[in-house]
Design a protein around this ligand. Structure first.
Ligand code: G6P
Length: 471
């Protein structure tokens, strides 16, 4: 029971004893408006320290216009804030010591830079954001990646026999791309799984598995809960995170920051590509302490360096992609297909389209088409086919023939044109392992222009949130 004589702090502490579930709350007493008590369990609370003023928010983005000095609360922690300062304490009223840290994003990152939508701004920033993810991390002497934040020596880096990647939504699809990079370059079995499923299925946690959690916001509750489950069972967890100081970054044993700057639009674009690039660096790192040759290391380093310029080239295709998006936008649905390296590209392409245009989009591995979904193919259900110039090119072209034979229309995204397709988007070629990163970009522009053509709320699609901090 809350008593009238309680201070606000005591009242909140007492009331929270009866609260179950996740929350991030702020409580104010109308009689004593000079203080606010905030409490966190699961959902984020960040304090902002101003000049004779204090702020509380669920996201650093909300504070950045006022201050860059922030303090993150931990789960189970509370704070009393007043204009001239704050105190933090645990749910059993023990004081805790917090060091504020300075956010290196500024308010300029949050304006739309003259673009009609944040999404287009963020797509267009990718030459820069990819360069930032790479900056200072490529070593030309040994053709390795410098990833100091992993906190692992060479012996430990060699000791893992498996890599398990978890994340939600686009983070999960970028994890699938990452798993492929790790298997190819480091020859370690790797796979990705939605964190939201992983956390509920009592996962078997193995000591020789390296776990990697991915999150742009660093606050997605399902991913955080999966990390906590892993840690509780003694798993070694790295984070690939964009937001410095976020909950997942704090919970993990080490990791890679993306340095992509804040992502405002709900649908992820620049964080997706930067995550894939971070995985390429991690794969190079894991590979070069194993069997990846210096020559292959060098090939990948050079390929990574070419990415920003090649992304710029792809962005010049925007007008053509806009035309194609208009042409296909009124289809009742679209199929996306890709084989092996192309499959995560197809999944992310379908995800972008459905999220922001609400056009039904389904992604399938190209080889699985004949095992069911081929029945759906008709002139009303066009297919976006991801067809890189790799060792599977012929197989992919055969799939296009199968779709064509069922009168399906095809938009091919790859490194060449083909008569088997109705329309083609040709992107610059990099190393086969890195091509999926580039193939993703036209699909972002395609989804964006389809959503604009359909007059959707591009940056705030219905029913979705930028970071899902609840179960
Ligand atoms: C939400 C967003 C998605 C995002 C996912 C994971 O569902 O709508 O765009 O991919 O969360 O977010 P995270 O911040 O963990 O990468």
């Amino acid at each position: 029971m809350v008593k009238e004589t309680d201070s606000l702090r005591e009242a909140v502490l007492r009331a929270l004893k009866g609260v179950v579930g996740t929350y991030g709350i702020a409580v104010i007493d109308a009689q004593r408006p000079g203080e606010i008590v905030v409490a966190r369990n699961g959902s984020p609370i960040v304090l902002g320290l101003g000049e004779k003023e204090m702020f509380a928010a669920s996201d650093v983005a909300a504070l950045i216009r006022y201050t860059r000095q922030v303090v993150h609360l931990e789960d189970g922690e509370l704070a009393v804030i007043k204009a001239d300062g704050f105190n933090t304490f645990t749910s059993d009223a023990r004081e805790t010591a917090k060091e504020p840290f300075t956010v290196d994003w500024d308010a300029g990152h949050y304006d739309n830079g003259g673009y009609e939508h944040y999404l287009l701004k963020e797509i267009s920033e990718q030459p820069d954001t990819v360069a930032r993810t790479l900056r200072g991390r490529i070593d030309d002497r040994f053709h390795i990646a410098h990833l100091g934040g992993l906190n692992m020596d060479a012996r430990e880096t060699r000791s893992f026999r498996r890599v398990k990647i978890i994340g939600c939504g686009s983070a999960y699809y970028s994890g699938q791309m990452g798993a492929q990079l790790i298997e190819e370059l480091a020859r370690i079995p790797a796979d990705a799984e939605p964190a939201s499923e992983f956390r509920y299925r009592s996962p078997v946690v193995e000591p020789d598995t390296l776990y990697v959690a991915i999150s742009q916001s660093g606050e997605t509750y399902d991913t955080l809960a999966a990390v906590q489950e892993l840690k509780r069972k003694g798993g070694r967890v790295l984070g690939i995170v964009n937001t410095v100081g976020s909950a997942i970054a704090r919970e993990t044993d080490g990791g890679i920051y993306l340095h992509a700057g804040p992502e405002v639009s709900v649908a992820s674009t620049k964080a997706f590509t930067s995550t894939a690039v971070a995985f390429a660096l991690l794969a190079l790192h894991l590979g070069r302490v194993r069997d990846l040759s210096p020559a292959d290391g060098r090939r990948i380093c050079e390929g990574l360096r070419r990415l920003p310029e090649q992304i710029k080239e792809i962005l010049t295709l925007e007008d053509r992609i806009k035309e194609l998006a208009k042409k296909y936008a009124d289809s009742p649905g679209m199929m996306f297909v890709g084989r092996v390296r192309g499959y995560p590209v197809a999944r992310e392409g379908a995800q972008k389209l459905k999220e922001i245009s609400y056009v039904h989009a389904e992604a399938y591995p190209a080889s699985e088409l004949k095992h069911g979904p081929l029945a759906l193919i008709s002139p009303e259900l066009p297919t976006v086919a991801i067809v890189p110039d790799d060792e599977l090119l012929d197989k992919n072209l055969t799939t296009l023939g199968e779709i064509r034979a069922r009168h399906g229309r095809i938009l091919m995204v790859g490194h060449r044109t083909s008569e088997a397709a109705d329309d083609c988007i040709v992107v610059p070629k990099n190393e086969v392992e890195l091509d999926p990163i580039l193939l993703t970009i036209p699909l972002q522009l395609f989804a964006y222009h389809a959503a604009v053509a359909l007059e959707r709320d591009v940056d705030r699609p219905r029913n979705l949130a930028k970071s899902v901090t609840v179960e």
